[in-house]
Write a protein that binds this ligand. Sequence first.
Ligand code: NAD
Length: 303
Amino acid sequence: MQLLDGKKLSAEIKNEISEEVKKMVLSGKRAPHLAAILVGNDGASQTYVSSKVKSCEEVGYKSTLIRLEKDITEHELLAQINTLNNDDSVDGFIVQLPLPKHIDEEKIILAIAPEKDVDGFHPMNVGRMTLNLPSYISATPKGILEMLNRYHIETEGKHCVVIGRSNIVGLPMSLLMQRRSKPGNCTVTICHSKTNDLAKYTLEADIIIAALGKPQFLTADMVKPGAVVIDVGITRVEDAGRKSGYRLFGDVDFDNVSKKCSYISPVPGGVGLMTVASLLQNTLSAAKEEFYSKNMSFDVGDL
Ligand code: NAD
């Protein structure tokens, strides 16, 4: 079994990005600038956002963290998005999800200008990705593609089972794995909470991508010998014995599945770090206007 080492790969990607930023700055351009909006003080969201901001510093980007109270109105948040959409000094920005219940996430995602949507959640980017057109690809699926690519894992003609169909992970992942591309060209099965006899599908899979958010859900008896297993899940489970007060679990029973598979990504140290690296790659693409030219017109509704 070989470990899919997200720590090593993300460091490699960050080095590549730093080199490019140095060249940009030497040629007289400004460094890429990522802004992040964090609403409220959810512990996990704060951790994710601070690791994104810290990573920006590591590669030489400018970053701006905008913290908003949890009771901010939807209208106020939309106004903040409008400001960032129109700020030429910001290349890309993210709104950390989940948002408080009184805010309509769909409306917020739609308000982000597609050319600054480095999370790749806007329907314009999702649609372009689906059609295999240049676009921002949502950071977690993009990170998984990088992982498969950099470990030279053959995907063509393989059967890939994706567990989970969320808009940010499972759905885009399943679309990307079937695309006429490398990595890609898989036969894909999407399993979800209404799938009957899920093990029937996972036992036939050459590649399993588990993204359901149920700690240690995928057990060794559900995996074919030699399969490639990618664990996307991150669940915090209380652990009084730890300084942080919690322990992170993936969706895979790592100890037992790792004895049976060919490759496996650990949690932590796997997909999570790749996600941050992919967000940095998307921000670089935004600064270089790789997919869209700046100042596209957009309409955020009646503010
Ligand atoms: P989500 O709750 O939006 O979606 C979960 C999906 O799993 C749903 O489509 C649901 O149908 C499916 N599901 C739930 N129970 C199931 C079951 N028993 N059998 C089969 N399918 C089932 O979650 P999400 O946002 O897609 O995130 C999934 C996990 O990945 C979470 O643990 C999350 O924290 C983690 N995550 C990690 C990263 C990262 O960077 N590593 C990024 C995003 C999400």
